[in-house]
Design a protein around this ligand. Sequence first.
Ligand code: IMP
Length: 175
Amino acid sequence: MGQETLRVLISEDALQARVRELGRKIREDYGEDASITCVGVLKGSFVFMADLVRAIGGNVRCEFLGVSSYHGGTRSTGVVKITHDLQKPVEGQHCLLIEDIVDTGLTMDYLLKMLHVREPASLKVVTLLDKPTNREVGVEVQYVGFTIPDEFVVGYGLDLGELYRNLPYIAVYTP
Ligand code: IMP
């Protein structure tokens, strides 16, 4: 303990600029009049989602899915536990699943299957970060903020043992 370091990987300015860009692109793709049901994956996506839904603009509904896949460590266990389910049906709605990071892809794969059976009109995915090195299962992600190397990152919603979510930038954590 006491030796850990944080190195800025993506600055606050770079994050904000990319999120605005993603929001504009998403709104353009769905169309000005489209109503989008944004499904945020808790807890990691809450900071990204708050900025992204404002960048998307127009008619947006916000729903949340709570999952826990790490249980405090830095490696994915592959076991996804639903800690909070959607509060409203999404049948017939244009759903945009919002993730903080796709690593092995196991969490996303599980969530996509779970949402598909609820019969949305369409289902797309946006992730702030993509860490493709460790992918164990192929998942289709329509919008990616940044592709990053295989390092453990924190900040802007991402945590280590529930800490660092409030950093306004993304940093590499070294124990
Ligand atoms: P996956 O199932 O391996 O794709 O992992 C997805 C989940 O693991 C994300 O939603 C994060 O909560 C967590 N995760 C993966 N990599 C990192 C990281 O570098 N920092 C913090 N959390 C991570």
